[in-house]
Design a protein around this ligand. Structure first.
Ligand SMILES: NC(=O)C1=CN([C@@H]2O[C@H](COP(=O)(O)OP(=O)(O)OC[C@H]3O[C@@H](n4cnc5c(N)ncnc54)[C@H](O)[C@@H]3O)[C@@H](O)[C@H]2O)[C@@H](O)CC1
Ligand SMILES: [K+]
Length: 494
């Protein structure tokens, strides 16, 4: 599991550690790790041209000390100081002593073999300041290595309020920061490299699952299992107008670990034609028979209101998606009051906007605004509806009310295809029925769905049904620890 901590948590851990260590020890550890990563990125250090962009704080200090270490190995290191009077004195002295120079030549940014972005780290707020904005648009030849955080990215939220410096690699110290894992910030961070500096950290503010975590969550039948013990998932989806949504949600559910899928709705004939193994009924959830979790809403059309009401009246977990969310937004959080079994909501940002408005949080915000502030949005929704919320998008995030947040590292833009959300809800509902806790079911489903999207697409447009069909091979890869994302620290990137 990749764990990310907020600036406040990092500062507290640093203060506790520094109290027991000689002055500057943590910075030396950070600089050594940073220099080692830079050295690995260069064909050879000796003779390489390196530009250090150093701001006014310790982030600049890290960059200057790392520059000094690289200069000692024969690199030609120039430092451009964004706030010359405030540059880290120890770092600057070390750089000079190692033969490095101070420059004001911005064109070195475009000719250097490697640029170290030490403009601002966890002390940063707002986008790049005017003096540094030019670097966001200058052409580049070598790689840009961000020190701790790409400058201009909010470390706690991943929001990018102005210009920011896109990195090829981000070397972060002590722990990941939420802004490195959540878009839009994550898209500025490139490949992440964590350097341990010996911090003792509390529970993370945010976590990203990896293969081993998901493998440990996935239900596996044993000798005593039968279809009912493995869990039956109910799917109330599709309508005369959108029968395909029923087929896709059932396709996801059949690959999610439940022992059986019970379909309730007007697309029963289509479902059973496609999947003879599904148990089907024409009515709503109320008369469908026992299930361990309901999925309500994909393509539900006019029938979504009734299906939602009947599913919520049951005593099992309910996952609400698509038209079910539109209906829930109309009813507001009161519709969930008194419910004991968990509720999972899976909105995209448009649905999230409606849900927030439905919770009395003012007029619907613009979806783009919510996408730019994904963490804040998912937390607000989880708190307002007291439900587990999976917010879909360029990075899918999952939050529990007042609790843990998970970010999915496996997403791919190829999944932005019609019907792919229906597969995800079926899959997540199936994991719920198999007994996973809501946060685990939602985040494991997002993880598998992302990998299945990659595998189905392989760089070309794909279909929702192909994504569902790729799920078994993805389960195998995750359980075997194979394929993209299997290495504990290799980020999965499109
Ligand atoms: N505190 C520690 O023990 C350690 C800190 N480390 C480094 O120290 C960094 C944090 O250092 P600081 O607390 O000095 O803060 P920064 O170096 O991140 O920022 C310094 C100052 O820049 C100004 N600033 C804020 N936003 C800005 C912006 N958008 N553009 C330009 N300037 C801006 C602020 O006045 C801020 O205090 C970490 O990110 C990490 O790189 C590491 O050396 C590890 C140990
Ligand atoms: K930085």
């Amino acid at each position: 599991m990749r764990r990310a901590h907020t600036v406040e948590q990092v500062r507290a851990a640093e203060a506790a550690r520094m109290a027991r260590l000689p002055e500057g020890t943590l910075m030396q550890r950070a600089a050594a790790g940073l220099a080692a990563t830079c050295a690995r990125l260069l064909p050879r250090v000796y003779g390489s041209r390196i530009l250090v962009l150093a701001g006014s704080g310790d982030n600049g200090g890290d960059a200057l000390f790392a520059g000094a270490l690289l200069a000692r190995r024969g690199a030609r290191v120039d430092a451009l100081l964004l706030a010359p009077a405030k540059a880290h004195p120890g770092g600057l002295a070390a750089l000079r002593a190692a033969g490095g120079r101070v420059t004001s030549d911005q064109s070195l940014f475009s000719t250097a073999d490697l640029v170290l972005d030490g403009i601002v780290g966890i002390g940063g707020s707002g986008g790049l300041r005017p003096g540094a904005q030019v670097f966001a648009s200058l052409p580049r030849r070598g790689r840009v290595v961000a020190v701790d955080v790409p400058s201009g990215v909010d470390p706690d939220t991943g929001e990018v309020p102005g210009a920011a410096l896109r990195a090829d690699v981000t070397v972060c110290f002590g722990t990941y920061k939420p802004g490195l894992l959540v878009d839009p910030g994550a898209s500025y961070a490139g490949v992440l490299q964590l350097v341990g500096i010996g911090l003792e950290l509390p529970d993370p503010a945010l976590a990203a699952l990896q293969h081993a975590d998901v493998a440990a969550l996935l239900p596996v039948p044993d000798a005593e299992s039968d279809k009912y013990r493995r869990g039956v998932v109910g799917v109330a989806a599709g309508s005369a107008r959108y029968p395909g949504a029923a087929v896709l949600a059932v396709a996801g559910a059949l690959h999610g670990g439940a022992g059986a899928v019970r379909y309730a709705g007007t697309a029963a004939a289509e479902v059973v034609r496609r999947f003879p193994e599904a148990l089907v009924t024409d009515g709503g959830p109320a008369g469908a028979g026992r299930v361990q979790a309901w999925v309500v809403g994909p393509g539900g059309g006019d029938g979504a209101a009734r299906a939602l009401g009947e599913a919520l009246a049951s005593d099992v977990p309910v996952l609400v998606d698509a038209d079910g969310l539109t209906e829930l937004a109309r009813l507001g959080p009161a519709a969930l009051a008194g419910r004991r079994a968990p509720v999972v909501l899976t909105p995209h940002t448009g649905e999230a906007a409606r849900l927030l408005a439905g919770a009395g949080e003012g007029p619907p915000p613009a979806a783009a605004e919510l996408a730019a502030a994904r963490l804040a949005t998912v937390r607000r929704l989880a708190a307002a509806y007291r439900a587990t919320v999976l917010l879909k998008g360029s990075t899918t995030v999952v939050a529990e009310p007042g609790g843990a947040v998970r970010v999915n590292p496996t997403g791919t833009a190829w999944l932005a295809t019609a019907g792919s959300g229906d597969v995800l809800s079926g899959l997540a509902g199936s994991l719920l029925a198999a007994g996973l806790a809501p946060l685990d079911a939602a985040s494991a489903a997002a993880y598998l769905h992302g990998l299945a999207g990659r595998s189905a697409a392989e760089g070309a447009p794909t279909t929702a049904l192909a994504v569902a069909a790729a799920l078994p091979q993805v389960w195998r890869a995750v359980r075997a620890g194979r394929g993209p994302g299997a290495e504990p620290d290799a980020p999965v990137r499109a």
